[in-house]
Design a protein around this ligand. Structure first.
Ligand SMILES: Cc1cc2nc3c(=O)[nH]c(=O)nc-3n(C[C@H](O)[C@H](O)[C@H](O)COP(=O)(O)OP(=O)(O)OC[C@H]3O[C@@H](n4cnc5c(N)ncnc54)[C@H](O)[C@@H]3O)c2cc1C
Ligand code: SF4
Length: 778
């Protein structure tokens, strides 16, 4: 089977950044992208091309637009080399610092919590902006002053006292960075070359960004990150769709994919799915970047193969507050105010609404569209079209009578003055809606459960600001037709595999690594624990850059530490250099604690005893280090359950220490320290120890299966228990049936799986022998 260091699934913002960073560092990288490549000039334009430009391989369609219709919302994403960047509106805004909220309650329970801050992301925002070539719309330069929609937004904001700005856009207005902007000039190729070998030209303000830029003026990912990734050796495979993923035996991951074979042009064979495969590739690191819908459905469909996936899978879905409205027939006093929304890139400017008394924060941006849409807009205005047609016929009759053969004036009249299209503007809202939606499978198909209801206050704020913008521009305000049924169309779906501080909160950690599955990463919109608020692509890319830095740091640390640790380890360790091998197992203990007691050894009456249990996944991320360091410390993740704490509560941080030295040479302790929050949001610590000490071998089971435990107020660190207030104390036990279950849960991941497990067992048994072995004279 083919094996590489890293497989990246999807080539959008998360995938392209990861592919480049890992390839640049020398890893062998394969990118599997389901869609096609789109060189400049190949984006569909004619009605027949546009009719085929959808993604539904079962119907033989392998096009650019992947359109979803769920019960209460609709959505569009992209399929192609470069993902959403092929059809996005180029805006690269950073997420506001105060929008990285912590523990913000959600209406149906739970919290929105970002485990990263703006300061964490700023260096990565810088890098991505540079690489993609983000630059504001060059308003003020000759040739760019006639973008009337930009000026209209600026004027409206000034009159309303709103914060207006020109956001960075991923568009080449100039032939090279720092050069003078100009329309339709040849673009100088970057150092990593031209991805498609087709010349690119600077932006000519045609408004076609959302149906693909045929000039190559958009700095989409195929022209930037993916071209650089390929230059560094990444293998970019298009029309390769991933269908299944699973942990490999012995560490790493296996990925099953099919290769699509699109219908040839004009081929009249029936539409049906055509593909080869499935083929399998294995890898040490698997980066899921198939977008919110792609990544979440892959995880949901393969959930049984990842038994330790968090319950948070599918949660925190939101549409990033997307809201489309229209401003129609703008007027300057009594005259039509020209706006000409089809001139300029799709978005040029943004009005920012801060979080505050008026509600959750948002952006409102000017929308644009290709000029052929102007004709559709005029055509949709049926009354005036019929009137113009009638006038045209009358004029023609008169022309026949007077032998007038020049049709120009009549045709101009038939087309009309274009007042409606020339003085109207789509307004695009987005911001901090409530991320309480859920992605799930229904009959094997992805489904979204999300309504605009819980975000109504947010949507009302955005709509009322749009209405005020309309008013000051003398225009009529119109909601999008679907808003009448409270349906939202989102182009920014987020969530589904959110990041969190622990598995009770998220599927992956703040670096995108999936809890309980080392080497499996989520790098795309699915990892967002809530709305980005601003257009999300830059934040997704910056998080992927941060994730990649972490992957590479871990790789370097492991490479440096293995030889050092090797020198210090006993003879049983012949660990091979390379990535660390991790080991984990699941342990369940149950028993009772007495409220009001602080000594777990004291006898308790049945009336004061309260049931207490926990289920933990104990993970040694690096078995080598775990065995050699004296504290033998591993991570403990999972939950506790007790009425005295308000039911089942996730462990937010947990540590386990195996056989740390006790107060005499023949004594060891197995320590557990679990931090969590009770149902009233009070911090709690369960501190427990198993006391393993010399005695007859018959003690062995009792010692290793009994945990003396104290429930403490606060999140108490090791060494501070005596100063903490005890709430309850008692003992927990492993039942023999739970022990049998536990023995079946031992797993390893990494290059050294079986021997790491053997070393772990050797250490465990060796310590027990050391403690319980018969002594001279005893
Ligand atoms: C019309 C429109 C305008 C937008 N404008 C903006 C904007 O101005 N600014 C902004 O920030 N955002 C904008 N967005 C949103 C932006 O495009 C997305 O937020 C962004 O692309 C998400 O990045 P991602 O990495 O999560 O996934 P994507 O970019 O969606 O990439 C996912 C990739 O994975 C591929 N894939 C899916 N499933 C599989 C599979 N099973 N196997 C292999 N490949 C798979 C897909 O084909 C796709 O290429 C816009 C979106 C649209 C539709
Ligand atoms: S306005 Fe036209 S030329 Fe400019 S980036 Fe958009 S699609 Fe390309």
């Amino acid at each position: 089977m083919e094996h590489v260091d890293a497989v990246v699934v999807g080539s959008g913002f998360g995938g392209a950044v990861a592919a480049y960073r890992l390839a640049e560092a020398g890893l062998s990288v394969v990118v599997l992208e389901r869609g096609r490549p789109y060189p400049p000039g190949s984006f569909p334009r004619s009605p027949s091309e546009l009719g085929q430009a959808f993604w539904d391989p079962r119907e033989g369609l392998h096009g650019l637009f992947d359109v979803w219709s769920f019960r209460d919302c609709d959505s569009v994403v992209s399929s192609g080399l470069g993902g959403g960047s092929l059809i996005y509106a180029n805006v690269l805004l950073r997420k506001e610092e105060s929008w990285f909220v912590r523990d913000e309650p959600l209406p149906g329970g739970g919290h929105e919590s970002w485990p990263v801050t703006r300061a964490d992301l700023d260096p990565h925002y810088d890098v991505v902006e540079r690489m993609i070539g983000a630059t504001p719309y060059p308003l003020g330069h000759p040739g760019y002053d006639d973008t009337l929609k930009t000026l209209a937004m600026r004027d409206a904001a000034a009159e309303l006292g709103l914060d207006w700005r020109l956001p960075p856009l991923a568009v080449s207005f100039a032939p090279s960075p720092g050069a003078e902007p100009g329309l339709g000039l040849p673009i100088v190729d970057p150092v990593y070359g031209n991805a498609h070998g087709v010349p690119r030209r600077t932006c000519r303000l045609c408004g076609e960004c959302d149906i693909g830029c045929n000039d190559g003026a958009k700095n989409s990912l195929d022209h930037t990150y993916l071209a650089a990734a390929r230059r560094n050796g990444a293998d970019l495979r298009t029309l390769h769709e991933v269908r299944a993923i699973r942990p490999s035996v012995g560490g790493g991951y296996d990925v099953d994919y099919v290769e699509h074979m699109p219908r040839a042009e004009n081929e009249d064979r029936p539409r049906r799915e055509r593909w080869t495969g499935p083929h399998t590739i294995s890898c040490d690191r698997l980066v899921l970047a198939a977008g919110t819908y792609g990544t979440t459905s892959l995880l949901l469909k393969n959930r049984a193969r990842f038994p330790r996936l968090s319950e948070a899978l599918g949660t925190r879905y939101s549409g990033n507050g997307d809201m489309l409205s229209f401003l129609l027939r703008a007027k300057d006093r009594t005259r039509t105010r020209p706006i000409n929304a089809s001139r300029g890139p799709v978005i040029t400017s943004a009005i920012r609404l801060a979080d505050g008394d008026e509600g959750r924060g948002a952006y409102i941006e000017d929308g644009g569209y290709p000029s052929f849409v102007d004709f559709l807009v005029e055509g949709a205005s049926v009354g005036s079209e019929l009137g113009r047609a009638a006038r045209f016929l009358l004029e023609r009759l008169r022309g026949i009578v007077t032998h007038d053969t020049n049709l120009s004036a009549e045709i101009a009249g038939l087309i009309g003055p274009g007042e409606l299209s020339g003085s109207s503007l789509p307004l695009l809202g987005m911001g901090r809606d409530v991320p309480d939606g859920e992605l799930r499978l229904r009959d094997g198909r992805l489904d979204v459960v999300w309504t605009a209801e819980t975000s109504e206050e947010y949507f009302d704020r955005v709509r009322s600001t749009m209405r005020r913008i309309s008013d000051v521009l003398g225009a009529e305000y119109a909601d999008s037709p679907s808003w009448r049924r409270k349906r939202v169309m989102t182009v920014h779906p987020l969530g589904g595999a959110p990041m969190g501080r622990h598995p009770g909160e998220g599927v992956c950690d703040a670096y995108g690594e999936v809890f309980g599955h080392p080497g499996l990463y989520i790098a795309d919109g699915a990892a967002m624990p809530g709305p980005v608020g601003a257009n999300p692509a830059l934040t997704i890319a910056a998080l992927s850059d941060r994730m990649s830095t972490r992957i590479l740091e871990n790789r370097r640390t492991a490479a440096l530490e293995v030889p050092r640790a090797k020198a210090a380890v006993p003879a049983w360790d012949a660990g091979s250099p390379g990535d660390p091998t991790s080991l984990w197992f699941v342990e369940e203990m149950r028993g009772s604690l007495a409220v009001g007691r602080s000594d777990p050894h004291s006898r308790m009456g049945t009336s004061e005893a309260g049931q207490f249990m926990f289920r933990l996944t104990i993970t040694a991320d690096d078995v080598q280090r775990f065995l050699t360091e004296p504290e033998h410390q591993a991570r403990a993740e999972g939950w506790i359950e007790a009425d005295m704490c308000g039911g089942r509560r996730p462990v937010t941080s947990g540590w386990f220490n195996l056989f740390v030295p006790g107060d005499s040479p023949d004594r060891r302790e197995m320590r557990y320290r679990l931090h969590f929050w009770d149902s009233e949001n009070r911090p709690r610590t369960l501190a427990g120890w198993k006391d393993v000490h010399h005695g007859p071998p018959t003690r062995l089971w009792l010692d290793t299966s009994t945990l003396y435990a104290r429930l403490l107020e606060g999140h108490v660190e090791e060494g501070a228990d005596d100063d903490a207030k005890a709430i309850a104390a008692g003992t927990l036990h492993i039942l023999p049936t739970d022990l049998v279950k536990m023995l079946t849960t031992f797993r390893t991941a990494g290059p050294d799986g079986p021997s790491s497990l053997a070393r772990f067992c050797g250490f465990f048994l060796g310590e027990l022998w050391e403690i319980y072995r018969p002594r001279h004279g005893s």
